[in-house]
Design a protein around this ligand. Structure first.
Ligand SMILES: Cc1ncc(COP(=O)(O)O)c(C=O)c1O
Length: 434
């Protein structure tokens, strides 16, 4: 090329998928890979019920499902979703307060991409990578963060959020992920109310990722932010990837609350909408399916059955990993991930794990010879020794070393075996050079 043509990236990578080429290489040596890295229920054996498939088949017979849809999304679906919010009686929205995207990943990219360069959104640490990467990409500089505290069941300190907001005048919005990925923390209503209050006092908007808002268990309770927002401008992000579950549909949406209460916020929403308009619209067919699937008599039963399974797996993982003396572990109460943190000074770059297969051993030793985070080093060894593929916690933009696994395996006994193997391997690894 006459000159450099690739745009410089932020240097950040999406390690949830970044580990896949290494896993594939290891599989080519004959080791079965257990994919604990990605939050895709279908990949982990979820069987989509026939009634749901029948609805999709029925819709595909309608030629309209092959057409473009309005930029904001299919009218009937937005009316249906606005009705769900309005029927709770706390916040009223119109169908035009909803905009569909090709998955929430797309909604996240458009939302941050529409914010002015020097206006920032404070976010949790660790955080779901797509938010962090989109925020960094929009401003070319890491955002302010608040810490999710593993010593307090991952609950963040609301005072820290307020202090950060006070000392960084560039902060215009607060991101909450409820329930949270990667920690599985579920925000108590009182904490949500306090964050709403901070936003109100400091003239900020809230961005609340509610991908998992209907996947809560272990007796925990939370509320959608629309119930608590009390006049504060906010964006709620929702989708069907995890709830139906239909991640391959690439279908998610934002609900905008109180766009009329603040002109600057209203302009942000217009910018998001105009950007989307230049892409015409989002995937039509999955949008058409939403009202019919959500109102099907089996929908709630199916969702509840899955939630009970995640609850079981959250307890299996917690009970086994809690006994490992080198870890700090909290019971996951929502979504379908579990994050464990290595206690301070437990990991170093001399530790190893026995890997029988000599080519796999050579492959892992090559990977860990580079300067990498201590938890990534552990994750690579675990992969080479057992085929279990988890994600290093530092990949979620936190200094806390650890790993994230999922609660998605359909086979409880197999899941227990996987978690027990991880527990044994942690002990072997840490004690190889303590
Ligand atoms: C918190 C959170 N937000 C958004 C997404 C993106 O979902 P989608 O498949 O709709 O792009 C995910 C996916 O894992 C997620 O965990």
């Amino acid at each position: 090329m006459r000159f450099e043509i690739a745009k410089g990236g932020s240097g950040l990578t999406y390690d949830i998928r970044g580990i896949v080429p290494l896993a594939n290489k290891i599989r080519s040596y004959g080791l079965e890979i257990i994919r604990e890295n990605i939050g895709d229920p279908i990949e982990k054996g979820e069987h989509i019920p026939d009634w749901m498939k029948d609805i999709v088949v029925d819709i595909i017979r309608d030629d309209r499902s092959f057409a473009y849809s309005p930029t904001r999304g299919v009218d009937e679906t937005r009316e249906f979703l606005a009705g769900l919010v309005n029927s709770r009686g706390k916040t009223q929205i119109s169908p035009d307060d909803i905009i569909f995207f090709n998955g929430l990943g797309d909604a996240i990219a458009h939302s941050y991409g529409s914010i002015q360069l020097d206006a920032r959104v404070i976010m949790p640490q660790p955080t779901y990578s797509t938010h962090f990467m989109a925020e960094v990409l929009h401003a070319s500089f890491p955002p302010s963060t608040y810490r999710m505290n593993p010593e307090k069941n991952w609950c963040p300190d609301v005072t820290e959020i307020e202090q950060q907001v006070k000392s960084h005048k560039s902060i215009v919005g607060i991101l909450l992920i409820n329930p949270d990925n990667p920690t599985g923390f579920v925000y108590p209503v009182e904490t949500l109310k306090k964050v709403v209050q901070i936003a109100k006092e400091h003239d900020l908007f809230l961005m609340v990722d509610e991908t998992y808002v209907n996947i809560v268990y272990n007796g925990q309770k939370t509320l959608p932010i629309s119930d608590l927002i009390d006049g504060v401008p906010a964006i709620s992000m929702k989708g069907i990837s995890k709830e139906f579950p239909w991640p391959g549909s690439r279908c998610g949406w934002i609900e905008v609350y109180n766009a009329d209460k603040d002109p600057a916020f209203g302009r942000l929403i217009n910018t998001i909408y105009n950007q989307k308009m230049s892409e015409v619209c989002s995937t039509t067919l999955p949008q058409m399916s939403i009202p019919r699937i959500m109102t099907h008599p089996e929908y709630q039963n199916y969702l509840q059955e899955r939630i009970r399974h995640y609850e079981k797996l959250s307890n299996i993982a917690c009970d086994i990993l809690k006994k490992v003396p080198y870890l700090t572990v909290n019971r996951t109460n929502g979504a379908f991930y579990m994050s464990a943190v290595f206690k301070e000074n437990v990991l170093n770059s001399r530790q190893t794990m026995s890997i029988q297969h000599k080519d796999i051993r050579a492959c892992i030793e090559k990977e860990v010879s580079a300067q990498i985070e201590d938890d990534k080093r552990f994750v690579y060894y675990l992969l080479g020794a057992t085929g279990i593929c988890v994600v290093p916690l530092t990949s979620f933009f936190t200094p806390l070393p650890g790993f994230r696994m999922t609660l998605l395996d359909k086979d409880e006994t197999e899941y227990e075996r996987i978690v027990k193997t991880i527990a044994e391997k942690i002990v072997e690894y840490v004690e190889s050079a303590g």
